[in-house]
Write a protein that binds this ligand. Structure first.
Ligand SMILES: C[S@@+](CC[C@H](N)C(=O)[O-])C[C@H]1O[C@@H](n2cnc3c(N)ncnc32)[C@H](O)[C@@H]1O
Length: 260
């Protein structure tokens, strides 16, 4: 298959226009060199945050509102640097400060992509350097845990655990979690692994833990670079059986609600 290295169908620095490349090369310095304390800068965060990142957060916001009346925990499969994982925590803390039964559980090996199997082969003539075993490894697991502790200091009922991290290879680490927490009901499952193997097995495992109204969020559906996630979804839930929703301003993320 023909592979072009510097072009992508999804948002990625490799296919930015010249203006966008300049924006991303300048914005970090602009942030670092701007006047103001951390709090002052964060209060004005819209001055600094790239539109794409804000769009992702706003999409998660739209989706999270759908589970406010749905009981159960959030399972975030693929934490990486915490974009999805901390978004769910912020939103739970803001919208339902007293819902101490909603746990936000992040699963990751922090070792990057596990095996890229035959169903994960690019169906696009484009590729990214990170799509390889070990790609997107992140040795900042402690940073993530420290981030949870810090967030708890500023969270109503912060003395009662909400966010936690389960380190290990999926899907096995999910089995271990369920062994320890047989009470688990899932109101929202976020899939960010991109790969067929662990995704299809996890979908089978979460299915009996969903209730009518639970939501499954998908980061890589209908993307030629990540065909495995669509295949897993089709096999386990069946594309004809669900309404695959999107949020107008965020091209990557899709979601469906069980029972609608
Ligand atoms: C695309 S990133 C997740 C993105 C994240 N949801 C976000 O919002 O930024 C994929 C993550 O999945 C993890 N991962 C991939 N395959 C895995 C597996 N089999 N077991 C555990 N973690 C895995 C990688 O370590 C990586 O951190």
């Amino acid at each position: 298959m023909r592979q072009k290295e510097f072009k992508l169908e999804q948002s990625n620095s490799n296919n930015y226009r010249e203006d966008e490349k300049k924006y991303f090369s300048d914005i970090g310095n602009y942030f670092q060199k701007s006047s103001g304390s951390f709090s002052e800068k964060m209060h004005a965060f819209c001055r600094y945050i790239p539109r794409q990142s804000l769009g992702h957060f706003l999409a998660r916001h739209e989706i999270f509102k759908e589970i406010l009346d749905i009981h159960g925990s959030v399972c975030d499969f693929g934490v990486y640097r915490g974009s999805s994982f901390f978004a769910w925590q912020q939103l739970s803390a803001i919208y339902e400060p007293y819902n101490h039964t909603r746990k936000i559980i992040g699963f990751d090996s922090f070792e990057g992509f596990s095996d890229i199997g035959e169903f994960d082969e690019n169906r696009s003539d484009e590729t990214i350097e990170l799509k390889k075993p070990g790609g997107m490894a992140f040795s900042g697991e402690d940073e993530i845990r420290n981030g949870i502790d810090l967030m708890d200091l500023n969270r109503p009922l912060g003395h009662m655990p909400k966010g936690s991290i389960v380190t290990g290879a999926l899907p096995d680490s999910f089995d271990s979690y369920l062994d320890e927490h047989p009470e688990t009901v899932i109101s929202l499952a976020n899939f960010g692994l991109g790969l067929y193997g662990p995704t299809v097995e996890l979908m089978r495992k979460i299915k009996p833990r969903l209730t009518q109204g639970s939501i499954v969020v998908l980061e890589e559906i209908n993307q030629a670079m990540w065909p495995g996630e669509t295949k897993a979804l089709a096999e386990v839930f069946g594309l004809n059986n669900l309404s695959l929703n999107r949020v107008a301003f965020c091209p990557q993320i899709s979601w469906f609600k069980l029972g609608s």
